[in-house]
Design a binder for this molecule. Structure first.
Ligand code: FPP
Length: 266
């Protein structure tokens, strides 16, 4: 742990009042919701809400990296977002370019691995090239997995995985009876990464919206009321601390849970 990570670790430990041993998630997923409402509240155009949201994103990425968390998945643009007004779609596409132009050097220095979740082939040329370049430049890095959903939909990801596995069966590379949950995980964009431990969706909405359905199977969910542009590192720490206090049973039992529940079904 470097000094920065140690500082972040201790501040989180204080947040938990020393009760939890600062149990951090290995993989955090965030649905950055509320940019439009934030813009409306400030009587600004929606694009400025997304721009402000990008500032939050930079801080959250830095902090996640400082904490030494293994993977961070962010939902930047869903397959459904194409149906938004053309001006808003263009603004989001521009923000993606601006983000990589301003952040790529620092991310490389920090040993971050960038992975784009989603179908890049449908993106405009310049965005596609920028995203591919970011992935290529960072693919040998060994630090934080930074996954960014762009033109991403979880059902489409599962269809893609199914087609790949079906192709393997057809070519005789695998028998249908040998297909396991791991086989499916290995054909998702996030292959090789841990499943999501903690999903945060800001703005009080409580939906998954087609984000990492398979990877979120046992995730803990936290839904802060805060609109994404107002979400701070301190509030993020509180979410992480709340995660540390959750009792994760994966459908089984822990001694504590059994005592609390008097042995009833959990
Ligand atoms: C949801 O808010 C947010 C989005 C659809 C886009 C999120 C994108 C960013 C924060 C920036 C772009 C990403 C990168 C990687 C630079 P909403 O507009 O649906 O909010 P509302 O529900 O209040 O209208």
């Amino acid at each position: 742990m470097n000094t920065k990570q140690l500082k972040a670790f201790w501040s989180l430990w204080k947040e938990t009042e020393g009760t939890a041993e600062a149990r951090l998630p290995r993989h955090v997923a965030i649905i950055m919701d509320g940019n439009g409402r934030w813009a409306k509240k400030h009587k600004l155009g929606v694009s400025l809400g997304h721009r402000q949201g990008t500032e939050t994103l930079r801080e959250i990425i830095r902090h996640t990296d400082d904490l030494g968390i293994e993977a961070l998945s962010l939902y930047a643009f869903s397959t459904e977002n194409w149906s938004r007004p053309a001006e808003e779609v263009a603004a989001l596409m521009q923000l993606i370019l601006d983000f990589f132009a301003s952040e790529i050097e620092e991310l490389c220095e920090k040993n971050v691995r960038i992975l784009i979740l989603g179908d890049k082939s449908a993106l405009p040329d310049i965005q596609r090239k920028t995203l591919i370049e970011a992935e290529e430049r960072t693919k040998a890095n060994t630090g934080l997995h930074l996954n960014i959903g762009v033109n991403y939909g979880s059902r489409a990801e599962l269809v893609r995985a199914t087609a790949e596995i079906a192709g393997m069966v057809r070519r005789g590379e695998i028998n249908p009876e040998d297909i396991t949950e791991q086989t499916i995980s290995d054909h998702l964009y996030t292959r090789g990464q841990p499943d999501v431990d903690l999903l945060i969706r800001t703005s009080g909405e409580m939906r998954l919206s087609n984000f990492l359905l398979y990877q979120n199977a046992y995730a803990e969910f936290i839904f802060p009321q805060t609109l994404w542009p107002d979400f701070t590192v301190e509030e993020y720490d509180r979410c992480l601390a709340a995660f540390g206090r959750r009792d994760r049973r994966y459908g089984g039992r822990t001694e504590e849970a059994e005592q609390a529940e008097g042995g009833r079904e959990a």
